[in-house]
Design a protein around this ligand. Sequence first.
Ligand code: GDP
Length: 427
Amino acid sequence: MSQPDTIFALSSGRPPAAISVIRMSGPMAHEAGKRMAGSLPDPRMAAVRELRHPASGELLDDALVLRFDTPASSTGDDSVEFHCHGGRAIVDAVLAALGSIEGLRLAQPGEFTRRAFENGRIDLTEAEGLADLIEAETENQRKAALALAEGGLRKQIDAWQTRLLMLSAGAERTIDYDEADYAADPALARDCGNLAEELREWLERPRIEPLKDGARVVVAGAPNVGKSSLINAIAGSERAIVTDVPGTTRDHIEVPLALDGVPILLTDTAGLRETADQVEAIGVARASHLMEASDILVWLGEPKTAPAHPRLIKVHAKADLPERGEAPEGSLPVSSVTGEGLKALLERISGLAKALLPSEDAIALNRRQAALIEEASDVLNRAAAASDVVLVAEGLRQARGAFDRLTGRAGVEDVLDALFSRFCLGK
Ligand code: GDP
């Protein structure tokens, strides 16, 4: 394998700041550090050094210098950090001096973390946790991201992989010695089934998305039932366009809210009805899609026509109008005009949304991770039901492949590009 480039970047926030941290990592990092700082401290020790331009010898700054040796660094490669004074001119001068050294180049966003992944310092689930950690805005998001970044899921996957390897070894032994007798020993099939079941249980736990993006609450029903008015009443704003011409809400409108501390993404849908208008037809198709993808469905239409949904709230809208009559059994009377029933509706929504959020410190799977765990669970279930041990061995191999993609050990180049582009420069 060819030597990786030595990369450098400003790893702290944009100057001016009290201190700016400039990192370099790669085979040339120590050499470059020495050329600017004169000498480097012992590994993992900090020392103050004068930083000078390697060609002109001009003094650039007094800085705290740290050194890390491969493999005991965050990237796994030799690394050096300069903690400089955080002035813009200082940072520019130090970065320019590093850029003048042959073999060094500016890092791309996320490249330090990518090196850590490629050098096996972290796996893909931990890199995902790091990306979430940097993006975390709330305390709960921070806790969930940290649990992932610290290897919570990786350790669990390691344990599953070990079990899969043992099962595979068992299957191979049976193939070698007593393939025809496979049916006589149900232990292997039973163990595959048990593991599949354990993975299923993980899939049923609350996911990370409601915590990151908010629980998706979709308000739906035929045109003119009062969806936009309800959303306006909840959001307390005039964001959604309310009119009495049916079908004016052409596309969906999203309002992010915090209900009782629970993040919610409230979504209005276009009227659901047969239509000849092409633009609206697109909106209608999207509405059905939004309803399917929703975490909670608030249905304002006829109670009998409510779609099947695991978390459905039926609302008897415009409850202030006498002609609407009594709310049918199971429907919540709500009026966007008088405010009747709004509080009860919000409590129902936040109660359902809360149950969707992962509990504190629990490992919450993201969509990518869940899809691969589901794939492993499915192939293991098929393996458990197979009558031929060769098929069992194949199923186990496929399950291992799914886990390899989960940790980033195999076949995930597109995932890597998408993930590391989420990081900022210098991370
Ligand atoms: P959408 O098409 O489902 O979004 O329905 P809109 O929110 O645009 O409402 C349609 C019409 O019903 C408008 O004229 C609203 O003013 C009226 N409306 C909506 N909610 C209520 C309500 O709670 N009470 C009364 N009296 N009128 C309402």
